[in-house]
Design a protein around this ligand. Structure first.
Ligand code: GDP
Ligand code: MN
Length: 377
């Protein structure tokens, strides 16, 4: 689960982490009012669930309340990487001396938490990681022992810094780790962690994401979820009980079983196509589930055709085939479909499909090649 910067900062503030004063606004007028109350130069910042807002023009400085209204007008309604901005955070602008980076996430390969710190903070930490990895220090924290003093020392003494900054950084590491653990975060990141011209250390940005599997332990976080910010198709899928993830290609993919669907994505890629989504219908695809899945996948305008990959185990191939035929009757489908059906009762199933005029394939490779050929134009 992803939350906005202003919500992440609220959590940081609760933990006692210094952040710039400010509030979130939904209209330019509100933004102006907040700027007026702050009485300082402000930063007006787009609140969307993606990074790189600065580069996209979603962060603007304003010297007065009137200017804040004007900047908020520019930013609200703006599109950043496909997401519409509905809210802006209006906060005291800070006089930046240096921009640092501090983040904590999970290192799956090592089975530990990892603290990452760099003196090259700001917009593009990925670029720093790629081009100058020596400028980022990574300290693994064994979850069984937790954060120890030597971890903090390793972070604080990794680069040349003043004594005051080391001390302040140590507190940030400790508190951010506390937040990361307390809320079951998948990532807790401050970029930039700013040292101001007057020597204070402040969190100027906050990226706090939670592990969805642990949300049941945090009813207090539910209120932070913003359905309107999520992909509408993914929301609809959730309501229908389907596991759906939108991707950016043009071949719609439906399969029974997560592993099978992933394999299908790879196969489509391998033969030169680009998957438009991941959709696992689970076991026993009934006509209703098939209809729901097809209508969902086809409501993505990028989809040019759909590949169904069904492996009949307990699920019988002829039953699934009937489901698909019924499903396609209900929906008026004007895009190519290819069904790969194998396993229990595959021949009966394929006959039902071809009798209904639906393209079938015996192997995943054949199916992938067929749908990619049919959707290429
Ligand atoms: P992101 O681009 O989505 O990561 O948004 P950030 O909140 O990290 O802002 C990007 C950049 O904008 C920062 O690295 C700063 O250089 C700048 N910035 C953000 N807030 C302020 C502010 O209050 N004052 C100043 N001077 N710059 C800011
Ligand atoms: Mn940032």
């Amino acid at each position: 689960m992803i939350i906005h910067e202003y919500q992440g900062k609220e959590l940081l503030r609760e933990m006692g982490v210094p952040i710039p004063g400010g509030k979130v606004a939904q209209t330019p007028e509100e933004a102006g009012k907040i700027a007026g109350e702050l009485g300082t130069k402000v930063a007006v910042k787009a609140q969307v669930h993606v990074g790189g807002r600065g580069k996209a023009g979603g962060i603007k400085l304003a010297g007065s309340a009137e200017e804040a209204v004007a900047k908020a007008k520019e930013i609200i309604g703006m599109d950043i990487k496909g997401l519409t901005v509905h809210k802006v955070l209006v906060e005291e602008a800070i006089d930046i001396e240096t921009e640092l980076y501090l983040g904590i996430t999970l290192d799956r390969a090592r089975g530990t938490h990892v603290i990452m710190f760099s003196t090259e903070g700001g917009v593009d930490i990925e670029e720093v990681a790629e081009k100058t990895p020596e400028k980022i220090v990574k300290v693994a924290v064994d979850p069984r022992r937790g954060l120890l003093d030597h971890h903090i020392r390793k972070v604080c003494y990794a680069f040349d810094m003043s004594k005051e900054n080391r001390k302040a950084l140590g507190v940030f590491v400790k508190t951010l780790y506390k937040l990361y653990m307390a809320k079951d975060c998948s990532i807790a990141e401050i970029n930039p962690l700013v040292v101001t011209k007057d020597g204070r250390m402040l969190a100027a940005d906050a990226k706090v994401n939670f592990d969805g599997n642990a949300l049941y332990r945090h009813p207090e976080l539910e209120a932070m979820a913003e359905i309107s910010e999520e992909d509408p198709l993914e929301v609809k899928a959730k309501e229908m009980g389907l596991a759906y993830v939108r991707l950016d290609g043009e071949v719609g993919i439906i399969g029974n079983g997560a592993g099978l669907v992933m394999g299908t994505l790879d196969e489509v890629n391998r033969v030169g196509g680009k998957p438009a989504n991941f959709l696992d219908v689970g076991g026993g695809a009934s006509a209703k589930v098939v209809t729901n899945s097809l209508s969902l996948v086809l409501s993505d305008p990028n989809v040019k055709g759909v590949l169904f990959n069904i492996f009949g185990g307990i699920t019988r191939g002829d039953e699934v085939a009937k489901g698909i035929v019924e499903g396609t009757k209900v929906l008026n489908i004007d895009k190519p479909l290819v069904i790969r059906l194998s396993g229990t009762n595959e021949e009966e199933g394929r006959k039902i499909l071809s009798d209904a005029g639906i393209e079938t394939a015996a192997t995943m490779e054949e199916a992938a090649e067929k749908i990619v050929a049919l959707t290429r134009n």
